[in-house]
Design a binder for this molecule. Structure first.
Ligand code: URA
Length: 234
């Protein structure tokens, strides 16, 4: 595989009007910053994640971006769709085209959607072994009963996948509403779990993923994740 690491002098000559032989002088004149620090030598390594600035102009900026969005109903959890608006259409960010979705929601499901350009981060948080808890507010078509709590704790058998769902925590809020916390993300998982009781999900809203909470963010709005929200991931 081709290395993505280059020497500083080669990187500068490739990405500016300066010649390889001029880079030593640029360094001596303290005109190059690598990750915010003055460059020291032509041999310094520039990786795909190095932030490189020459005379105040950014030559490479691969800073990862992490965004949370409150998805409205009728919006597709995809980066492109021919018929409907997508979650990306709601975002105005210079790195928008680099973003991908971490854990999709159904067309009419609302709530917390995470987007990033950091594939390593999204892979890690989506791994089944990470067992990250996702919490949903659910409104049902028929009354709930205590029976559901026990059944979801034991797990529901999904014939299509030939597996039983991992223990899930149901808190009944009223006759027709509850919160459900899951550590998996199987296809239509919440709807299928309530489907076991022939109880149709009328409204589904994701309120948190791990320690990241949607909070007061309005439907259709988004914000960047704070540093501690990103770092709290396993
Ligand atoms: N479970 C579902 O059934 N739908 C979603 O959008 C998310 C979880």
């Amino acid at each position: 595989m081709k290395s993505k690491v280059s020497r500083l002098d080669r990187f500068i000559s490739k990405n500016s009007d300066y010649l390889l032989s001029e880079v030593r002088l640029l360094i001596a004149q303290k005109r190059i910053l690598l990750d915010g620090k003055e460059a020291q030598s032509v041999q310094q390594k520039v990786t795909e994640f190095t932030h490189v600035v020459l005379d105040g102009r950014c030559l490479r900026d691969n800073t990862p971006v992490y965004i949370m969005l409150n998805k409205p109903p009728g919006v597709v959890s995809a980066t492109k769709d021919l018929k409907h608006p997508t979650v990306l259409d709601l975002i105005d960010h210079p790195k928008k085209t680099e973003l991908h979705i971490v854990g999709r929601l159904d067309f009419n499901t609302t709530g917390l959607v995470l987007l990033t350009n950091n594939g390593a981060w999204s892979r890690k948080v989506s791994l089944p072994e990470t067992k990250l808890e996702k919490t949903y507010q659910v409104t049902l078509s028929k009354p709930l009963s205590e029976q559901y709590i026990d059944a979801f704790e034991k797990g529901i058998y999904f014939a299509y996948e030939g597996m039983t769902t991992q223990p899930a925590r149901l808190t009944i809020l009223s006759e027709y509403t509850a919160t459900l916390s899951l550590v998996e993300g199987k296809y239509h998982q919440v709807k299928r779990m309530f489907g076991f009781f022939q109880n149709q999900v009328m409204e589904l809203h994701r309120v948190s993923v791990g320690s990241i909470e949607l909070g007061e963010l309005n439907l259709g709005d988004y914000r960047l994740l704070a540093k501690d929200e990103v770092e709290l991931w396993p």
